[in-house]
Design a protein around this ligand. Structure first.
Ligand SMILES: NC(=O)c1ccc[n+]([C@@H]2O[C@H](COP(=O)([O-])OP(=O)(O)OC[C@H]3O[C@@H](n4cnc5c(N)ncnc54)[C@H](O)[C@@H]3O)[C@@H](O)[C@H]2O)c1
Ligand SMILES: O=C(O)C(=O)C[C@]1(C(=O)O)C=C[C@@H](O)C=C1
Length: 368
């Protein structure tokens, strides 16, 4: 497709969307705007956008597609600004915010002006922020949730999906209410819990100096997302207040039950608690980002000796296979270590698997 695309908010998500559109629609022209001058400068320097605008009005008035990728409370302000601009009559406006109900409601004014707004949310991301973390591959295989209202024509929806086809994401259409409930359960609430675990460890660390050093492994895995943008998460919690308050009530009930099981030393119930959690978690679709982000992992059974990481990464480098992360999962004297190597694509993982088998006789698997 050709046309002028205007991206407001040139951070991780805005920058990644710009890269996806550029890759797929070579004739498009991408203009970016960010309140942060440094992000604007970086976006231009890294060629994420073709041009930057000085104001929202400057970038919006001739745009065919406008994407808003700011924290959701800022999106409210951006929508109000857009309402006051003479936009092209056939422009499509969408956003990438993690909440939808409030945003779609606020976009009602654009609807009254005959302007098409379709709420959007790519369900993949990272705890990193800013345009330097942007990448075209970020949304591959992820779900991309769209919340068109009833008056939106199929043709407009398809046009938006076509613009976003470079994300290689899978589009799903749901209502804003369904969206906020689902993402509340699988995304927003886990971020609250991750932050609360960090707070608990931090409080304990004033008395127990070893806590920060021992907070490795499981603690790091379960709290990675606590390193996400506080601004973004403040806004999400404010927008999805009712769903999150209800989930917090359920959680407190659940924790009471756990406390009772432990106090009663009910070993069967305690076992079942972990057993059924493991069963459900293990059955989550691994290849679909959004359910469990940050794949594609390859597990390699390696002998426990110094230098094994550089040995394996050396083979991968020789075959020019890029990795995003490499770590030893477990090392004890009596068992082999498990090396976990993460890749950005399934293809890289498959090549890595073949490469490791070519140079070694270590066993590999895609899951533990
Ligand atoms: N990070 C994720 O994992 C993720 C995933 C999917 C969706 N989202 C949503 O995408 C949006 C952007 O998140 P991000 O991760 O890219 O954050 P980010 O911090 O990397 O980028 C946000 C950018 O918006 C800019 N900005 C803030 N207010 C603005 C305004 N009024 N006008 C123009 N620019 C403004 C900031 O300067 C920043 O550069 C949020 O709504 C978030 O909820 C995030
Ligand atoms: O991988 C992460 O760091 C994320 O938290 C990504 C994540 C999520 O919860 O899955 C966070 C918020 C977005 O709205 C969508 C995706």
């Amino acid at each position: 497709m050709d046309g002028r695309v205007f991206i407001i908010g040139l951070g991780l998500i805005g920058g990644s969307l710009a890269l996806c559109i550029k890759k797929e629609h070579k004739d498009s022209f991408i203009i970016g705007y960010d309140v942060n001058k440094e992000q604007t400068r970086l976006a231009r320097m890294l060629n994420v956008v073709n041009e930057t605008a000085e104001t929202i009005e400057q970038g919006a008035k001739n745009a065919d597609l406008i994407l808003i990728a700011t924290p959701v409370k800022e999106t409210e302000k951006v929508l109000q600004i857009l309402e006051c601009i003479q936009l092209k009559s056939n422009v499509i406006i969408s956003d990438a915010g993690s909440t939808k109900k409030e945003i779609v409601q606020l976009a009602g004014n654009l609807k009254n002006m005959g302007i098409t707004f379709i709420g959007g949310h790519p369900m993949a991301g990272s705890h990193k922020t800013g345009v330097t973390a942007a990448k075209a591959i970020l949304f591959e295989n992820a779900f991309y949730l769209l919340t068109p209202e009833d008056h939106i024509l199929e043709e407009q929806l398809h046009k938006l999906q076509n613009w976003l086809s470079g994300t290689k994401a899978r589009f799903i259409t749901i209502t804003p209410e369904e969206h906020d409930y689902l993402t509340g359960v699988i995304s927003h609430f886990p971020h609250i819990i991750a932050a609360s675990l960090v707070h608990q460890a931090e409080k304990t660390s004033t008395k127990q100096k070893l806590i920060p050093s021992l907070a490795a492994g499981g603690f790091r895995d379960v709290t990675r997302i606590a390193s996400s943008s506080p601004e973004m998460w403040r806004d999400i919690l404010l927008h999805n207040k009712d769903v999150l308050l209800s989930l917090l009530d359920d959680w407190q009930e659940e924790m009471k039950k756990v406390a009772e099981m432990i106090a009663a030393e009910n070993s069967e119930e305690i076992f079942n608690y972990f057993f059924y959690a493991k069963q459900f978690r293990d059955e989550l679709p691994q290849k679909e980002r959004g359910a469990i982000p940050s794949f594609y992992d390859l597990f390699v059974d390696v002998p426990d000796y110094p230098g094994v990481i550089s040995e394996i990464s050396g083979y991968l480098a020789k075959e020019e296979i890029s990795i995003t992360n490499i770590r030893i999962l477990e090392t004890r004297e009596d068992i082999n270590g498990v090396l976990v190597i993460s890749f950005q694509t399934e293809e890289d993982r498959t090549r890595a698997d073949l490469c490791i088998h070519k140079y070694t006789n270590y066993e590999t698997s895609e899951g533990l």
